[in-house]
Design a protein around this ligand. Structure first.
Ligand code: ARG
Length: 571
């Protein structure tokens, strides 16, 4: 309805007669009021108070008297406490929304703001030989949604999985495997078994200082590229990836790169050298650190430990250098839990000392998210109180199947998978990412709640209405006046907002904006559906309502697709 905004802006410009203010500027100030009683559009007159040297309510009064409309678009103008409220002819709203939709149809909502720009989205990043926990599920789901959203906004998007595949624990694992490997069949549930080996060797290390020393030696060998150690490490990695892939397959998530921490282990010296050259490294208890107190960060960023070994942050810095050179990114976002807020603050500050172009350091962003709990309590690998994510996903699928068992549906397996997985994804994306969350599977699967299955169900309903009719009308056959009742207009206005919703969710890296929007659209369709007879003898009203149904279908499908959720054929 940008064209309506344009019309209003022109009317205001003509009524002001001040060359300092132009249509474009006025258009930018025009708002959409929250309350329906304040009209369809509002102009906040205080924006002009300075230039016009008048009080806002006086400007509003004057404008109201001076604006001359021809009565085709604007029904009524009111001046209310410094605001000018415009009531637009409803059929004009419908016309404008339909015309906008019709240009894009299946691609409705797609934007080009990111054209020519490249964004890297780093997410998931689980640790090899350790369980993929529910927090990793959350980064995977948020990251995948952001990947889709950026892409839809026109960015060239690249997904990165920064695997945790480096560290002394692998040396311990190798030592454990040497001792007890034969006791375990790693062809199934490898991660469980590797975790057990890890636990055993840790216990042994605590009892016996010599074993710990052996592990240290093995780590040196691993770093030095010792054939046997590297071979085992690769095997552990492969076995773990095989298990992670089962989860990624269920979620339908793919990565363009799996370069993990180990990949950067031989690229850290350069980081140390640059920091050294720039005089940023200081000694602290034998370790090399970058002091960040002048940046308001009390804790120094440790670059090299006292024993000479590198750490997590240094690998992240090496990754920034590598990514800037390899991808020439405009943005690089990290979807990682809030426990690592300090880590990323430090790393991003230190990155500014790496002689990189500001374009890169300005493009770094930590997309943080809150803790996630299961109803029983926090899921922690250390305490052993955790559910396997793969089991959780499969349980959701079988529960979905159970709920739909009495429905006569073909291909129930496929539908149950779409609904079960959709429910989990939707639940994870429902609230602002920064909020802590208690993940309740039963709630996620409530077909009548504000859930994935509910929105999927409404999308399926739009499909079946169109199927029943047997056609999608042409926009030129739509009588706009049929759609001016409250429930139609409300739905139409919501749909018209889709591009702004997508843009907003991208700007804030907040998929929940789309999640909530999809619930609003689904609810509005449900009301529209109950209030209006869609299929009828009267071809005119049928065409109009079918067209709105078609708009709803595309909008819901595209919104869910952005979140990473499929829409079943039937439900
Ligand atoms: N592997 C880490 C973990 O599981 C997350 C890695 C986050 N990404 C990064 N570039 N540091 O906690």
């Amino acid at each position: 309805m940008d064209d309506i905004k344009e019309v209003i802006a022109k009317l205001i410009e003509n009524a002001i007669e001040n060359s300092e203010i132009n249509t474009q500027e006025i258009k930018e100030y025009i708002e959409i009021p929250k309350e329906e009683s304040n009209g369809d559009y509002a102009f906040p007159c205080f924006k002009l108070a300075k230039v016009l040297r008048q009080a806002p309510n006086q400007i509003a009064e004057n404008l109201k008297n001076n604006i001359i409309t021809d009565g085709t678009v604007i029904d009524k103008i009111e001046s209310v406490s410094g605001y000018l409220n415009f009531f637009v002819d409803k059929s004009q709203i419908v016309k404008s929304a339909i015309e906008k939709f019709d240009i894009q149809k299946k691609d409705y909502g797609k934007l080009d703001v990111g054209n020519g720009k490249r964004v890297l989205v780093e997410y998931s990043s689980p640790n090899i030989a350790k369980p993929f926990h529910i927090g990793h599920l959350k980064t995977t789901i948020i990251g995948n949604a952001l990947y889709n959203i950026y892409k839809y906004c026109g960015y060239e998007t690249i997904s990165l999985n920064h695997l945790g595949d480096y560290g002394t624990q692998f040396a311990k694992l190798i030592e454990g495997y040497k001792r007890w490997g034969k006791e375990y069949d790693l062809s199934t549930n490898a991660i469980d078994k590797l975790s057990e080996i890890y636990k055993r060797i840790n216990e042994l290390c605590e009892e016996d200082e010599n074993v710990l020393e052996e592990c240290r030696q093995t780590f040196k060998k691993l770093e030095g590229g010792d054939e046997y150690c590297v071979k085992l490490w690769n095997e552990f990695k492969e076995l773990s990836l095989k298990e992670f892939d089962k989860i990624y397959d269920l979620l339908n998530v793919k990565f363009d790169s799996y370069k993990g921490e180990a990949f950067y282990s031989d690229k850290m010296q350069e980081v140390i050298d640059i920091l050294e050259k720039n005089g940023k490294l200081t000694e602290s208890q034998g370790a090399k650190v970058v002091d960040l107190t002048d940046k308001g960060i009390k804790a120094p960023c440790i670059i090299q430990k006292s024993n000479g070994s590198s750490i997590y942050a240094t690998r992240d810095l090496a990754a920034i250098l590598y990514r800037a050179r390899t991808y020439d990114f405009d943005k690089c976002i990290y979807v990682v839990g809030e426990e690592q807020n300090l880590h990323f603050k430090q790393v991003f500050e230190v990155a500014k000392y790496l002689d990189l172009d500001e374009k890169y350091t300005n493009g770094l962003e930590h997309v943080s998210y809150g803790m996630i709990f299961l109803p029983e309590g926090k899921m922690s690998t250390r305490k052993g109180n955790f559910v396997k994510v793969e089991d959780l996903l499969n349980e959701s699928i079988s529960k979905a199947k159970e709920i739909m068992q009495d429905r006569s549906l073909e291909d129930k397996e496929k539908i149950a998978k779409q609904v079960g997985i959709g429910a989990v994804i939707f639940e994870d994306l429902k609230e602002s990412r920064i909020k802590n969350q208690i993940f309740d599977l039963n709630e996620a699967l409530n077909f009548n709640g504000e859930t994935g299955p509910y929105v999927q169900y409404m999308a399926v309903r739009t499909k079946s209405v169109l199927d029943k009719a047997g056609y999608v009308p042409n926009k030129d056959d739509v009588d706009f006046n049929v759609l001016t009742d409250d429930s139609s207009i409300k739905l139409m206005k919501l749909i018209n907002n889709f591009d702004k919703i997508i843009l907003n969710s991208m700007d804030k890296n907040e998929p929940s904006i789309i999640t909530r929007y999809s619930v609003d659209v689904a609810k509005a369709y449900s009301i529209f559906y109950n209030n209006n007879k869609i299929l009828s003898e009267d071809r005119e009203s049928q065409n109009a309502r079918l067209y709105l149904t078609y708009m709803t279908k595309i909008t819901l499908e595209n919104a869910l697709k952005l979140l990473g959720i499929e829409v079943p054929e039937k439900m």
